[in-house]
Design a protein around this ligand. Structure first.
Ligand code: NAD
Length: 287
């Protein structure tokens, strides 16, 4: 396999396209918004230049890598792909529509992967006539830096599809981990209750956000405290994932903290809005 199509050129899509192209794949990067494609190309170029400065890739590499990334607004670009990685907005109806179209457009042997954080792989696969070739390929943000790829088997994903995607992730220099399709998979099922509990601690006045993050950083050797991480992920994204866990697993231990719900309602979504558990007006947390 050497030809990939990446659908969605936002935060994750540009990083996924970057990593595939860096490892020699021809990449079709598709987004329904043309502006997102320009921004993605500029982001990939900036990140490649940083890799040159760090000495991890040679000076001539960025031009060669970028030349392998072709951008466009039509899903028809998936017609030549061996592997499609969908990284469009986290909305079930958006993803279902994309997979219905991809199933018609992509070659019969192509694997259709999704980078979803919380939508059922099994439900996405059921929208296609090739559910055994549909799988989760959950990259972490920022994609060029983070080693993990959570590889999620839907109810009908075949062994051959799983083996192929595990091997592809390794050739991209990543460490794949195979998991099964239950709400939140492993990463978010373990992470989100910790973030939620930290928010309960804030709401109950147990300690300040800075203190809670310091306890987890210095006491548990976490590189980032849970509240700073929640601001980085986006509080709206955290709330949506907790709601998926709560609904999907039917257990009140996943009930989102009322303070999280209130901050999202107030538009305090973390870094992207300049205010979450910390302030970001000056580009760094100010508490
Ligand atoms: P984003 O909002 O930055 O980008 C999504 C892009 O998809 C946008 O550019 C949008 O124009 C495009 N899009 C929407 N509908 C489309 C369509 N029908 N066809 C083509 N493009 C379309 O989102 P993101 O943060 O990059 O997340 C993408 C996916 O990755 C989501 O499923 C999300 O859950 C998952 N994910 C995100 C993170 C993260 O930290 N941001 C981490 C892991 C997984």
């Amino acid at each position: 396999m050497t030809r990939a199509a990446v659908i969605g050129a936002g935060t994750m899509g540009n990083g996924i396209a970057h990593v595939f192209a860096q490892h020699g794949w021809e990449v079709a990067l598709v987004d329904s918004a043309a502006g997102a494609l320009d921004k993605a190309t500029a982001t990939i170029r900036g990140n490649l230049d940083r890799q040159v400065k760090k000495g991890t890739i040679p000076a001539e590499a960025p031009g060669e890598i970028l030349a392998r990334v072709k951008t466009g607004t039509s899903l028809d670009a998936a017609a030549g792909a061996d592997l499609v990685v969908e990284a469009a907005s986290e909305n079930p109806s958006v993803k279902f529509a994309i997979f219905e179209q991809l199933d018609r457009i992509a070659p019969p042997g192509a694997i259709l992967a999704t980078n979803t954080s919380s939508i059922s792989i099994t439900e996405i696969a059921a929208r296609t006539r090739r559910p055994e070739q549909v799988i989760g390929m959950h990259f972490m943000n920022p994609v060029p830096v983070m080693q993990l790829v959570e590889v999620i088997r839907g109810h009908t994903t075949s062994d051959a599809t799983t083996a192929s995607v595990m091997e592809t992730a390794r050739t991209l220099g990543k460490v794949p981990v195979e998991v099964h399709d239950y709400p939140g998979f492993v990463a978010n099922r373990v992470l989100m209750p910790m973030i939620n509990e930290a928010i309960f601690c804030v709401m109950e006045g147990v300690a300040t956000p800075e203190s809670i993050d310091t306890v987890m950083k210095l006491g548990m050797a976490h590189p980032m405290g849970p509240l700073a991480l929640a601001d980085f992920i986006g509080l709206d994204v955290c709330l949506a994932i907790l709601d998926v866990l709560h609904r999907g697993l039917g257990d009140d231990k996943y009930r989102a903290c009322p303070l999280l719900r209130r901050m999202v309602a107030a538009g305090q979504l973390g870094r992207k809005t300049g205010r979450g558990f910390y302030g970001y007006d000056s580009g760094k947390g100010t508490g």
